[in-house]
Design a binder for this molecule. Structure first.
Ligand code: DC
Length: 651
């Protein structure tokens, strides 16, 4: 399984130029394909969902040409598509699936529409029922009411009124409205039930108007597409930035941009046609400071320093509302989000997914058919580090990245963000400041442990002795009667280590083992288990969890190359093998343990060899690490040198 470990975040600030809106991109592409004339689409979102739409349009015979830099030229078909028989795979792209279903149902051809398994669990019966009222011929080869679909030419009935349910997904109404000009006749759509996600209908109507079709409407109840409506290319059309994607960065600003800093998103603002810009109002209600221009929004933390929990009907911001559920962790008092039943039929059941993953972080959550209530932890340090499952849902992955303000975090299958925001995590890293780390690597008995612990003490930072985890694994394996070369079972031991580090003592399953892991036998065992890739993988996140504010100094073999590869300060600390043997000899004698220098020397040479020759994370100086040879240096001088490199004065 792929994963991405996010270091805990201290603060956020900067400027993010947003990728194009998914909702606008896919609507514009479809209408450009149906329109008379060529349309140049600029700032299109390039992502999985738009790729599905572009592929489908090409299959349907529409001329689409990439002009580079997110620009495309679409040669409109001037009505129905040239290709009359096709099988289309639409992945998990709801916008593409619903709008193409309606369009193809009225276009006159034989089409098969399929998607990923989750797409086949997302209901589409209400749209199909509406289309059937005007003569569409649609069958369900799988389950009644769900994709896949088989579409045959319609027997169009003109002058009809169509009724469609509005309370499950607004995409049904959007798909229907965009397709209706293909009939050429006047058609009135009656919405049954309370229309949800109304701002998305506003987007649909605004884009249809740009392409020359004016829908007449009576409130949110009745929409009429006039007879003879035809799409005409507007020539060049610019796609706005994605307002839902903006929500993550605005929330970052609201949680972590203080002391005059702010987080600014460019590409959406006051003049946006996307309802999700109203997410900024919800953040303001939580106390965040918000400023807005025609095409930008800025957010920073409340003047009081702390967000406040709110209760909000989220019908108008269904997607961005998910971000509020995570911002709620950092607020005072619970946050209740209501009228979000549509979350249950999205990429995954988002209410269930959000609740499950929030609980992994130690957050208390109440959920119901159409609401979620989040109770923040008493202190943000009470959050548990966790591996977050993402359910092939881009928004779950992006939302949970915000929890890194409270804890180190693992995001499983992070590439699901490609649905709408392929470089999300790079942008996230560019505007967030992680808790600082100093990585100190070096061979056994080089003194790196002593130096690292003293640097940590001088700065008031946390300290990780990563070697202790390998030693603990060796000891626990020995006690469980497992051989040190049994990779699968030793890795299981490493994954389940019940260990507590506190105030200089190390407890393994409740028993003090500070001395027991330091024997020469455990040194050798640690070196052996450390060569097993599955053991290293099992200990990786456990090590990263030690990185907590205000900072961490970690020592080991692969701190700089693997565990804290983003550390700002990296040191490779070594000494001649003779001096290291002598230091170890003195240590043992001081502890009253009988020792002999020659076997110690021999043992160090063997361990150096094994640690530096192994295939995974071998001991070696990272190219970006500074070399500190302590053969003739005192501990004080070595500590001072590391502090100087880190540009830090002792506290
Ligand atoms: O630093 P130490 O001597 O306590 O480490 C014990 C063993 O664990 C050593 O042989 C190498 C291994 N180790 C490792 O492979 N990676 C680390 N980050 C730390 C230790």
């Amino acid at each position: 399984m792929e994963f991405l470990d996010l270091p805990p975040v201290l603060s956020a600030q900067g400027v993010v130029r947003l990728p194009g809106s998914k909702s606008i991109s896919n609507r514009v592409l479809l209408l450009a394909a149906l329109a008379e004339g060529e349309t140049e689409v600029r700032d299109l979102l390039e992502s999985d969902d738009t790729a599905r739409m572009l592929d489908a349009l090409k299959t349907l015979g529409v001329g689409v040409e990439s002009l580079g830099a997110n620009a495309f030229r679409v040669r409109g078909a001037g009505g129905a598509f040239p290709v009359k028989e096709a099988a289309l795979f639409l992945g998990n792209a709801g916008t593409a699936f619903r709008s193409l279903t309606a369009t193809l149902a009225l276009a006159g051809g034989h089409y098969q529409l399929t998607g990923v398994p989750r797409m086949h669990e997302r209901p589409i019966g209400d749209l199909v029922n509406a289309l059937r009222q005007i003569g569409a011929n649609i069958a369900y080869p799988g389950n009644e009411g769900f994709p896949p679909l088989e579409i045959r030419p319609p027997a169009l009935l003109s002058g009809q009124a169509v009724s469609v349910r509005g309370d499950v997904s607004s995409q049904f109404l959007t798909g229907l409205l965009m397709a209706l000009p293909l009939t050429g006749a006047e058609t009135t759509v009656e919405v049954v039930g309370e229309l949800i996600s109304k701002p998305y209908i506003e987007i649909t109507l605004a884009i249809m108007a740009r392409f020359g079709v004016q829908v007449q409407r009576e409130g949110w109840q009745r929409f009429t597409v006039p007879a003879g409506s035809r799409y005409r290319s507007p020539g060049v059309i610019y796609v706005e930035g994605d307002a839902s994607s903006a929500s993550y960065f605005l929330a970052l600003g609201a949680i972590g941009a203080s002391d005059g800093d702010s987080l600014r998103v460019e590409g959406v603002g006051r003049d946006s046609i996307q309802g999700d810009v109203r997410f900024a109002d919800a953040l303001a209600q939580m106390g965040a400071q918000i400023a807005m221009g025609p095409n930008w929004i800025e957010a920073s933390a409340p003047v009081t320093g702390k967000l406040q929990g709110i209760s909000l009907d989220c019908n108008h911001i269904p997607d961005a509302a998910m971000t509020l559920a995570i911002a709620a962790i950092f607020a005072e008092g619970p946050t209740t989000l209501t009228n979000i039943a549509s979350w249950r039929v999205k990429e995954t059941d988002r209410i269930a997914a959000m609740a499950t993953e929030l609980r992994k972080l130690g957050v208390t959550v109440d959920e119901g058919a159409d609401y979620i209530r989040v109770f923040p932890p008493e202190k943000i340090t009470d959050l548990h580090p966790a591996a977050i499952a993402t359910y092939d849902d881009h928004r779950i992955a992006m939302c949970f990245s915000l929890a890194a303000f409270g804890t180190p975090l693992r995001i499983n299958e992070p590439n699901c963000v490609a649905k709408t925001f392929p470089d999300y995590f790079e942008r996230f890293a560019a505007v967030t400041k992680p808790v600082p780390a100093i990585a100190i690597d070096g061979p056994s008995a080089s003194g790196k442990g002593t130096v690292a612990a003293r640097v940590a003490a001088a700065l008031g930072w946390h300290y990780l002795d990563s070697g202790a985890l390998y030693r603990l694994t060796a000891l626990a394996a020995r006690r469980a009667g497992i051989a040190w070369d049994d990779e699968v079972r030793v890795a299981a031991i490493a994954a389940g280590l019940d260990v507590v580090f506190s105030e200089g003592s190390i407890l393994l399953a409740g028993e003090e083992v500070g001395e027991a892991i330091r024997t020469e036998e455990m040194s050798s065992g640690a070196s052996q288990v450390a060569a097993l890739p599955a053991v290293r993988a099992a200990l990786l996140f456990r090590q990263r969890v030690f990185r907590c504010a205000p900072g961490l100094v970690g020592d080991g073999r692969d701190m700089a190359s693997v565990v804290f590869a983003d550390a700002a300060t990296k040191v490779f600390l070594t000494a001649s093998v003779e001096v290291r043997a002598e230091r170890r000899y003195k240590q043992l004698i001081e502890k009253g343990i009988a020792a002999n220098i020659l076997p110690l020397l021999q043992d160090l040479r063997e361990r150096d060899e094994r640690d530096s020759q192994r295939s995974v994370a071998p001991l070696q100086q990272s190219t970006d690490a500074k070399l500190l040879d302590t053969t003739s240096l005192s501990i004080e001088t070595a500590v001072a040198q590391v502090l100087a490199w880190a540009n830090k004065a002792p506290k």
